[in-house]
Design a protein. Structure first.
Length: 107
């Protein structure tokens, strides 16, 4: 269970990263967690890089509240359901957005 957004990016994503699924991929995600901050996640051929306060343009930009993001990270909600209900905004390549489920499977 993740209690904070920072915990998700510092420990959760690195521990759940499925490097094999990212072979040959070069994609980037920018997460804007409202009233908390920005995190950039880069995946480049089995390598994961996460940077806080990095706001350079990315293939996909994800915007959500802290509560909704933590619900997603803790498996209480799915990316698709949050997006369809308008609780999470995705801007950019939706195919790349959906790859997040493969790159970071529930553990």
């Amino acid at each position: 269970m993740y209690d904070s957004v920072a915990q998700v990016f510092d420990k959760g994503l690195p521990s759940r990263f499925n490097a094999d699924e990212s072979e040959g991929e070069n994609v980037s995600y920018l997460f804007h967690i409202i009233d908390v901050g920005f995190w950039r996640v880069d995946i480049n051929n089995k390598q994961l890089t996460i940077a806080k306060d990095e706001t350079a343009p990315a293939d996909v930009e994800v915007t959500a509240t802290e509560k909704d993001f933590l619900d997603l990270a803790n498996g209480k909600e799915t990316l698709q359901m949050l997006f369809m209900s308008g609780q999470l905004a995705l801007v950019g390549d939706l195919v790349i957005a959906l790859k997040m489920v493969r790159f970071f499977p529930e553990g």
